[in-house]
Design a protein around this ligand. Structure first.
Ligand SMILES: [Zn+2]
Length: 427
């Protein structure tokens, strides 16, 4: 969805994005709306790989991707085959039998055929774990290294957005340096730089999702209208919960309620969200219970009493919770948002008493400079569900920036002038 182009634009790198590939119509519209379209844009990575003629969304006609060797190749490949979320199912369906595995061999083929000087790849942390590929046990990253080792040096590292806002988004970043461009030390330096850049940024104070990224009642009328319309139109996602998970959930809930009662909370204080309207949520018992229990935990963690309204308001002002997550993921010490912003994230803001809109999640992932609403991404023509899908697809920009800068810094010390000319990339 043009995240890499946005990062390079914002950081002032002189680049030319020659070609990109992205099949989703709403992602393309987002790129066009925000001036992030590559010079040639196709639906399928195979077009870039084969250099064949295909419909180009930039030229609005059939054209051929430019044949020049790219300086930089940026790609994500589907996370689902490697996700630790499906560990139980991995035995029945090993990653390479998964329907979405095919993107990975395509990325390998692209590197071997087009020989980009540098490449930055991204995937879930699960790709760094041992799994079965082609009938043998191997760490995903090691498998990839084997595939590319004749031509590339490789290094990888996990980066987490948590340094920027109170959201965890651990992702594995893979750095590839062509053997005619650098050494193993160049690839390793890219990893180290990325970690250092992120660590440096984490020294600034963490920003609050509610304070800095959500639209406030004082925002212009048109924004409030959009907000009112969209909070109601988000489609709820329903998942079946196993009885074992339900039992474990009930146990945790009972435990915290008992603890709450032992502290003397009775009657109306026993339901801290009785007056909440929970705008944008479906209003199921489970959602309400998740939020109540989570708020109690947060109050415990901060030593606050629900009998003291001012201290509860202070906790609420900073508190958000993702009701799409299991309760065990919802820990107040994580800053409120459990896990990551993804396609399924349904993040409730206690301070605003409503669901966080997907465009606000985009803002928190770097698509807005705090205090400068004019830099908010243009989402016109997209439904809330489509924007939420982009949230899931989109890189958290600070994380991506750290990775790209890590690569540029390490390579530019080895290859002076590499970035002087127009560079090319594809997504
Ligand atoms: Zn074109």
């Amino acid at each position: 969805m043009g995240s890499h182009a946005r990062v390079l634009q914002e950081t002032g790198v002189d680049f030319k994005e020659a070609s990109s590939a992205e099949p989703k119509a709403h992602a393309k519209l987002f790129q066009i709306n925000n001036g992030l379209m590559a010079q040639h844009h196709y639906d399928d990575l195979r077009v870039l790989l084969e250099g064949s003629s295909a419909y180009c969304a930039s030229c609005h006609k059939i054209c051929q991707p430019p044949p020049e060797r790219p300086d930089l190749f940026l790609a994500g490949f589907s996370c689902q085959p490697f996700s630790s979320m499906r560990k139980k199912h991995m035995k029945a369906t090993p990653p390479n039998k998964h329907a979405k595995f095919d993107a990975l061999p395509l990325v390998v083929e692209y590197c071997m055929k087009r020989q980009p000087r540098l490449a930055v790849l991204e995937n879930t942390k699960g790709f760094g774990c041992e799994m079965e590929i082609d009938g043998r046990r191997v760490v995903g990253c090691e498998w990839l290294r084997e595939q590319l080792s004749s031509v590339y040096f490789m290094s990888w590292v996990s980066l987490d957005l948590r340094a920027w806002v109170n959201v965890r988004r651990p992702r594995l970043w893979i750095f590839l340096v062509h053997k005619d461009t650098g050494t193993q030390a160049t690839a390793d330096a890219a990893s180290s730089f990325a970690v250092e850049i992120q660590a440096h940024r984490s020294k600034s104070s963490p920003e609050s999702l509610q304070r800095d990224y959500m639209l406030h009642p004082g925002t212009p009328d048109w924004e409030r209208e959009a907000l009112a319309g969209q909070a109601g139109s988000l489609e709820p996602r329903r998942r079946k919960t196993s009885s074992a998970v339900q039992a474990s959930w009930q146990k945790q809930t009972d435990k915290i309620r008992a603890e709450w009662k032992a502290k003397g909370m009775q009657g109306s204080e026993s339901n801290p969200l009785a007056a909440a309207s929970l705008r944008g949520l479906t209003g199921t018992e489970r959602e309400r219970e998740v939020l109540e229990v989570f708020l109690m935990q947060a109050c415990f963690a901060q030593g606050c009493s629900l009998l003291d309204d001012a201290s509860v308001q202070a906790v609420k002002a900073e508190l958000v919770a993702d009701v799409s997550q299991n309760l065990s993921w919802l820990r107040p010490e994580h800053g409120g948002v459990a896990g990551v912003f993804c396609t399924e994230s349904r993040v409730y803001s206690f301070g605003h008493d409503r669901l966080v809109l997907p465009q606000e999640q985009l803002a928190a992932m770097g698509w807005q400079v705090p205090g400068q609403p004019s830099t908010r991404p243009n989402c016109s023509g997209l439904s809330s569900t489509e924007i939420q899908d982009l949230v899931g697809e989109c890189q958290a920009l600070p994380c991506l920036a750290a990775a790209i800068w890590g690569m540029l810094l390490s390579a530019s010390t080895k290859v002076p002038g590499l970035w002087a000319g127009p560079s090319r990339s594809c997504s």
